[in-house]
Design a protein around this ligand. Structure first.
Ligand code: PLP
Length: 347
């Protein structure tokens, strides 16, 4: 820590103690591994690259939302609920797949209210896994990422009338607290490697970055965080991320001052639309697979990694830097995008 760094609001042990107060259902062993990508660093002649393997969280083929669902399922069980209900996103949603898998692990049902979205009708990728999980999928018949509210309210009402006890998964503080813990793990794992302050990259337009920002500030970890949003919305994502970080801090009883302008989040690599495969994203997928045997995917992590590669090529990241890329999962999407990927050129 340099003298310019703000004092830590809490120690690592205190942050852990506060997280432990929240009801949590075991979905994965933590910490997730932090792996070196030496072949890729060599190929780029660039920074030391470490990958935080949140794709290896253990429930339902992994991914970032398992950190969230530990707490959502914990709360659902504490309230005596018997079905998780989520309305949001599209048929190929990673969030939906991890929701349904978490519900099954806990002996609960899952009802998912979903828009169609790209590859929504293909029995592949996440859509296929929802089928195997026996999730009750309710199609809104709409496209796009938003506008589920009325359908969701009707489903919750229907379940209550049928005598069920639904737990509605919301976009609240439980969305982000798990990523404060992820930052804590990164901080400790980097310290064990002798790395002081890493450049942290992640695909996020919401809770992942909100939680990382929270952890970084309360621990005064000194990381620089760059988030790459999977979608381009007017005004960007930072107002919502700052609000989520503040709500999570409040839940944990921690002081936090954060404004949208304090967060760096870019939609530069989204391409023409949410979930549209881009040449830069597919290049990144191929490069990481060919050098390290690790799979990214075209909707989130490939686009964020394209942002990281851009920063290396522009000289923003040099051989003296250490980068942590948070691999947030999404692996099943590779199969939904088999055609786009197999037709993309080798870099
Ligand atoms: C693989 C993957 N990465 C990143 C994200 C971004 O998460 P968030 O915007 O909630 O931080 C998602 C969201 O669904 C995802 O599925």
């Amino acid at each position: 820590m340099t003298t310019a760094d703000p004092p830590a609001a809490v120690s690592a042990a205190e942050l852990r103690r506060r997280l432990d107060v929240l009801p949590r259902f075991h979905l994965t062993d933590l910490p997730t591994p932090l792996h070196e990508l030496p072949n890729l660093s060599r190929r780029l002649g660039g920074p030391r690259i470490l990958m935080k393997r949140d794709d290896l969280t253990q429930s339902g083929l992994g991914g970032n939302k398992n950190r969230k669902f530990q707490f959502e399922v914990g709360a659902a069980l504490a309230q005596g609920c018997d079905v998780l209900v989520w309305g949001g996103g599209v048929m190929q949603s990673n969030h939906a797949r991890q929701c349904a898998a978490a519900a099954r692990r806990a002996g609960l049902d899952a009802v998912l209210v979903l828009n169609e979205g790209p590859h929504g009708r293909d029995m592949q990728g996440n859509r296929l896994l929802l089928e195997l999980l026996g999730a009750d999928v309710r199609a809104t018949g709409r496209d796009g990422m938003f506008g589920h509210e009325a359908d969701l309210a009707a489903v919750v009402d229907e379940l209550r009338r049928a005598g069920r006890r639904p737990f509605v998964v919301e976009y609240g503080p439980l969305t982000a607290v798990g990523y404060a813990e992820c930052l804590l793990e990164i901080h400790e794992q980097c310290a064990a490697l002798g790395v002081e302050a890493a450049h942290v990259y992640a695909a996020s337009g919401g809770g992942t970055q909100a939680g990382l920002e929270l952890g970084n500030r309360v621990l005064a970890a000194g990381c620089t965080i760059r988030g790459y949003s999977p979608l381009d919305v007017e005004g960007g994502r930072t107002a919502q991320q700052a609000a989520l970080a503040r709500a999570s801090a409040e839940l944990l009883g921690l002081p936090l001052t954060i404004e949208p302008g304090d967060i760096w989040n870019s939609s530069a690599f989204v391409g023409p639309a949410y979930a549209a495969a881009t040449p830069e994203g597919m290049d990144a997928i191929r490069l990481v697979a060919e050098t390290e045997g690790v799979f990214l995917e075209p909707v989130y992590t490939g686009k964020a990694f394209a942002g990281l590669l851009h920063d290396v090529r522009q000289g923003r990241l040099t051989a003296d830097d250490t980068v942590v890329f948070v691999h947030t999962g999404g692996t099943p999407l590779l199969f939904a995008y088999a055609r786009e990927l197999s037709e993309s050129p080798r870099p």
